[in-house]
Design a protein around this ligand. Structure first.
Ligand code: ADP
Length: 435
């Protein structure tokens, strides 16, 4: 049977792709996420494919080329609508990449109008009169003004998008959105007659996004954060059902790898320890000595994990291996060795540990940290993830099929998740109704 691909998505980073797929699954669509552009035609029976690129901060020309290549693959699978997903804080520079990628996709698709809105009210991102708020403050007061790669110093998204685009950019404001589909469609026609090809859209609540959804039914290309996704499945006649997020039955040993030093992950590591569960800390300065020292540290960590996981008293007890440390410790280590070097070394060690744990029989794995997740998924050779049930906002369980029986894996952005996330996630998997 030819798969029926309704929505084809292109995400500019990895955990952002998972976040989008999670919202679509919750709203009723069966989804997979691919790591990069697939080389084969789609075989999975799903309604959505989210292609995860790593194109947020690469040179504009590369981001455009990769995004258009992803578009072509999705079109070849019959995707009825295309969704370009970026960060809910609109992470970009004066040059791009959001604007140039949007315009390249419009050109490649021969379409003359699209929207742009990072609104995601569930995570505190709202757009009012074109201005992006993060929680209670404007984008440029949220800390994002200091971001090392994409400092956001202007909260006016019409201005920001205009600076990245050749096309004229307009606004569909909150009053229009509040009136619903007919008013939004009328505003789009009015903007088109003024020569605008892109419209930033206000949204203050999920209700706004649900009102926006029907007005986007015939728009070939959408560009947004993950929030707009909640209003789309209904356009295809789909409703939320528990079966959309069902995954195969979980089995095998359980482990957590934490390479994030973000505040939420620190609390999660402390909570796991407080339960009396087995933990092992990796010492970054040891990893920095030389390759032999790194290999020794990995081997020792895996020997420890094996002894814990195979201990008769520990059946179905997860282990945690972490490099998570306090900001002061991280700063001191970075000052000694350099931010990038120590980051790469720790990621390399944790990714090798992920491979080793898999060989030991771990089949339920939590990875904490965006970059850490990327390194582990790559080391595990995962090309495709089936998206399952949400554990906490933005973080679903996923399933990677393999000859070895498959792997349940969740990739947690550092600052996502409740304090008891690690134990809660395994409990949820154990009690879920399987496929
Ligand atoms: P987050 O999602 O919280 O940003 P990431 O995994 O994306 O987490 O980034 C954390 C980075 O910090 C990774 O590059 C990781 O290798 C590095 N790191 C982890 N532990 C330490 C540590 N103890 N000292 C210095 N760097 C660390």
């Amino acid at each position: 049977m030819t798969p029926r691909l309704l929505l084809g998505c292109i995400a500019d980073d990895f955990t952002g792709a998972t976040d989008l797929a999670n919202n679509l699954v919750r709203a009723g669509m069966r989804a997979i996420q691919t790591i990069g552009i697939p080389t084969e035609p789609l075989t999975a029976d799903v309604e959505v494919v989210v292609i995860a690129l790593k194109s947020r901060t690469i040179p504009v020309a590369d981001a455009v080329a990769q995004s258009v290549a992803a578009l072509h693959w999705l079109q070849a699978q019959g995707a009825q609508q295309i969704y370009f997903k970026y960060c809910s804080t609109f992470d970009s520079t004066r040059e791009g990449n959001i604007g140039p990628v949007t315009e390249a996709l419009m050109q490649a698709m021969g379409t003359d109008f699209t929207i742009a809105t990072p609104a995601f009210p569930d995570n505190g991102r709202t757009v009012f009169k074109g201005h992006l708020f993060v929680g209670d403050v404007l984008l440029n007061e949220s800390g994002m003004q200091h971001h090392p790669l994409t400092p956001m110093t202007d909260p006016n998204l019409v201005r920001v998008m205009q600076s990245q685009c050749v096309s004229a950019v307009g606004l569909i404001d909150f009053k229009t959105v509040a009136q619903g589909e007919t008013a939004i469609r009328a505003r789009i026609e009015a903007l088109k007659s003024l020569g605008c090809r892109i419209a930033v859209v206000d949204a203050l609540s999920n209700d706004d996004l649900l009102r926006l959804g029907p007005a986007l039914r015939d728009m070939p290309l959408l560009t947004a954060g993950s929030g707009v996704a909640i209003g789309l499945p209904a356009n295809f006649g789909l409703q939320p059902t528990p079966t959309t997020s069902a995954l195969p039955r979980a089995q095998g040993m359980q482990a957590v790898i934490a390479g994030s030093c973000s505040a939420a992950t620190q609390k999660q590591v402390a909570h796991f320890k407080a339960q009396g569960l087995p933990t092992l800390a990796l010492d970054p300065s040891r990893l920095m000595q030389d390759d032999a020292a790194l290999t020794r540290a990995v081997t020792e960590a895996l020997a420890w994990a094996k002894s814990q996981l195979t201990h008769p008293a520990n059946s179905q007890t997860p282990v945690l291996i972490y490099s998570t440390a306090s900001p002061e410790t991280v700063k001191a280590t970075q000052a000694q060795y350099g931010v990038q070097v120590v980051g790469d070394r720790v990621e390399h060690a944790l990714a090798s540990i992920a491979q080793g744990l898999r060989q030991l029989g771990v089949a339920q794995l939590i990875v904490a940290g965006g970059e850490t997740s990327g390194a582990c998924v790559q080391a595990l050779g995962i090309r495709q993830l089936q998206i399952g049930m949400q554990i906490d906002p933005g973080v679903p369980w996923c399933f990677a099929h393999s000859d070895a029986g498959g792997l349940h894996i969740t990739l947690k952005s550092g600052n996502f998740g409740s304090e008891d996330f690690f134990t809660k996630a395994f409990h949820q998997l154990a009690t879920a109704v399987p496929l």
